[in-house]
Design a protein around this ligand. Structure first.
Ligand SMILES: [Mg+2]
Length: 275
C-alpha cells in the first residue's frame, strides 16, 4: 500500500473551523436575522416558494405547541389557502413557526434553505466572516501549491461550505478546493459514503487522507481504505511531536489513531495526481 497522498478530504467543524463558530455564531445569526430577512425579501420568488412550503407544513403540523402558534397566527391574518396565503403570511408572519422548528431542532429543507440565504447575505455584508483555525489558510495554500487535491466533506450544505471558505478571515479560499461533498453523498458514519466520494474524485481510497475530529467518521473512512488522521484540537501535545504519515519506515503511532492538534503538524508526501 502506498503511503503517498494525492488528495486531502477535510471535515470542517472541529477540524478547520471551531465548532463554536457554527453553534455560537452562524445558527444564532440565522435565528436572529430570519424575520428581518423575510421582511426585506418578501417579493423574492424563491423566498415566497419557501414561505409557501413553510405555511403548508405549519398547516399540517400535529405538534400541539406548533398548532397553538398556528392558531394565533391565523387570528392575525385571514386564512386563505394556496398562493394567496403567501401574501397574508408574507414576511415574518411565519417566523414563530420557524423559531419553533429551530428550537425543536427539526430538519426541514425550506428552513435550511432560508438559513442559507440569510447567511449568504450576512457574509456578503461582512457581518459574518468564516472563522477558520489560525493556521488553516496558510496550510491549505501550501498543500494546494504542492499539487494536492483538496476536498471538503461536511454535514453542512455545500452552499454553506462555500460561503465559509469563500468569506474566511484570509479571504476567498474557495478556489483551493476541487470537490465539495455534503450528506447528499451519504452519512459521515457510513463506509459507502467514503467509497462514493473517492469514486467521484476518480482516486484510489489509499491515496486519500481524511482528517476529522470524529472517531466514528474516521472509522468509516478507514474501513473504506482511506488514510485517516484525528484532529484533536483540545489535546495538548509537544510541538516537536510531528505526525509523519508519508514515510512507511516510520513506525505507526503505537496506540489509537494518528492525531494532530494543528494541521501544521502534518508533513505530507504529496504525489501529484495523474488523472
Ligand atoms: Mg467535525
Amino acid at each position: 500500500m502506498t503511503q503517498t497522498i494525492s488528495h486531502v478530504l477535510l471535515d470542517i467543524e472541529g477540524t478547520t473551523c471551531p465548532v463554536s463558530f457554527v453553534s455560537g455564531t452562524l445558527f444564532p445569526y440565522a435565528a436572529r436575522e430570519l424575520g428581518p430577512y423575510l421582511e426585506r425579501h418578501h417579493h423574492n420568488e424563491i423566498v415566497q416558494s419557501h414561505v409557501l412550503a413553510v405555511i403548508e407544513a405549519w398547516r399540517q403540523e400535529s405538534d400541539p405547541q406548533a398548532r397553538e402558534l398556528w392558531n394565533q397566527a391565523r387570528e392575525r391574518v385571514s386564512d386563505e389557502a394556496g398562493a394567496s396565503a403567501t401574501n397574508q403570511f408574507r414576511g415574518s408572519a411565519i417566523e414563530p413557526y420557524l423559531q419553533w422548528l429551530i428550537a425543536a431542532d427539526r430538519k426541514f429543507t425550506p428552513l435550511k434553505e432560508l438559513q442559507g440565504m440569510v447567511w449568504a447575505e450576512g457574509y456578503a455584508r461582512g457581518e459574518l466572516v468564516g472563522d477558520l483555525f489560525e493556521e488553516v489558510p496558510d496550510i491549505l495554500r501550501d498543500w494546494h501549491q504542492q499539487g494536492l487535491v483538496l476536498a471538503v466533506y461536511s454535514s453542512g450544505s455545500i452552499a454553506a461550505q462555500k460561503l465559509l471558505y469563500g468569506h474566511s478571515q484570509a479571504g476567498d479560499l474557495g478556489p483551493l478546493f476541487s470537490h465539495w461533498f455534503d450528506t447528499h453523498s451519504g452519512g459521515k458514519h457510513e463506509v459507502d459514503s467514503y467509497k462514493r466520494i473517492c469514486a467521484t474524485m476518480g482516486v484510489e481510497p489509499q491515496q486519500v487522507l481524511f482528517i476529522s475530529d470524529s472517531e466514528a467518521e474516521l472509522q468509516a473512512a478507514a474501513t473504506a481504505q482511506l488514510q485517516v488522521v484525528l484532529s484533536d484540537r483540545d489535546h495538548t501535545q509537544p510541538p516537536e511531536q510531528q505526525t509523519r504519515i508519508q514515510d512507511s519506515t516510520t513506525p505507526p503511532v503505537p496506540k489509537g489513531r494518528h492525531s494532530i492538534t494543528n494541521l501544521g503538524q502534518l508533513k505530507l508526501n504529496a504525489a501529484p495526481f495523474k488523472n
